[in-house]
Design a protein around this ligand. Sequence first.
Ligand SMILES: Cc1ncc(COP(=O)(O)O)c(C=O)c1O
Length: 475
Amino acid sequence: MSSPGLLLRCAGCGTTLSPEAAAPFVCPNRGADDADHIIERQLTLPQSAGVIDEQATHPFMRYRARLSSFAVWQAAGRSAAAFDALVMALDDAVAAVDGRGFARSPWQPLTLAAMPEAASPTTSDWTVHAKLELHGVAGSHKARHLFGLMLWLRVQEALGRLPTRPNLAIASCGNAALAAAVVARAADWPISVFVPTDASAAVLQRLAALQAEIVVCERQPGVPGDPTVNRFREAVQAGALPFCCQGTDNGLTIEGGETLGWELAEHIAATGDLDTLWVQVGGGALGTGCWSGLQDAQSAGVIDGLPRLMTVQTRGAWPLGRAWLRAVGRLLGRPEVADLDLSSIDMEQIATTARDAQLYWQSSPTVSDLDLRQNWRQHMAPWPTTPHSVAHGILDDETYDGRRLVAAMLASGGWPVVASEDALTAAVDALNPPHPVTATGAAGFAGLLQVGQHADAAQLVGKRHAVLLTGIVRA
Ligand SMILES: Cc1ncc(COP(=O)(O)O)c(C=O)c1O
């Protein structure tokens, strides 16, 4: 039996998983070769299914037609009203744990001219909108990913496909761990959180209050990759469910983040097209969710076109930037591009490279995309040194969900920005007050400020911009 309209398919090798399985999260061929073995959900809904429920305000009801959990629920003969009841019960429980439930987040104009730290002659006539994702559940957008996953688990449980509750597991040093622990507590589901040795005392205290099991992970000399991720994967191997914000370890985590892309699309439809969207990137699920939601919204006719995507990482670690350079070097047959240093590169040079790459991509999108899917591991590798930055939440060794971001930059003509520590600090100072956002959560805006310093920035990235402010400063 299959769920009509829902396909769970590996982006790298095409293997499909049954939507009737309780945990169809990871491609069985992961690690077998250089392909990007990530499970992606494809919905082939009839036009009549509708995409936005205009009557609903809760994001997981308003866009329920886009959720795998809802597709599976409906395929089992259950009603939308019963699905909504499940969403509301979980949301009420989240509110009881965290003091707030889910809601569409605000979209506000930022006035750069009123921010001394952001003022630049080039940007004085730019319009910048900010999506405020810092006042939501657990203080960041991460809870969206995890609420989506918990809905999936609750649906499987209600349909009798998950008779016991295996431990949940996540590797994180901050926002994702807090969000996972809040949602797990709300669902009364046991969770283990794998944290690094330098996790903050405040985070550890909150995790303990949420009754999460805390596992501190040391970096092992000579062992590549993030030690928390390594330990987390061992736990999953031993039977835990990956309750994480990385598509490599749970492909279904992206769609909770897509609710953000859908909201963005509705804002854009209301306030006008954007030239450029700036997104801070750590593991890459935030950017991937936003972009995938926007693409979906474009296909559904909610917006006409897509903005240029500019991704932002730090000088401490820019694995996505390096992967983009390697992919561009390969596509254009210019291997020297792979060795460019994004932390010191001239903006003209990178903008020209991005334009060349976009032209190439547009001339053969299907072949180029397939090449990226099949050779992704040649582009993405763990960052070789231990990174540091004020934006410590985006110092992931690897951009796990980077491939769709590279494709999005190639298709849209954007490029990866490596923000300086000065730009990151200036962004925080410019926004605080009124927005108590961390350097991690303001990094996209920092990228905009940095690029906005260049005299010809408006020609290269336009004048209509949006940023996401994603993480609140914790006491
Ligand atoms: C506040 C905040 N914003 C943005 C990000 C980046 O999200 P992603 O890791 O999905 O790229 C993170 C990641 O931890 C974060 O904590």
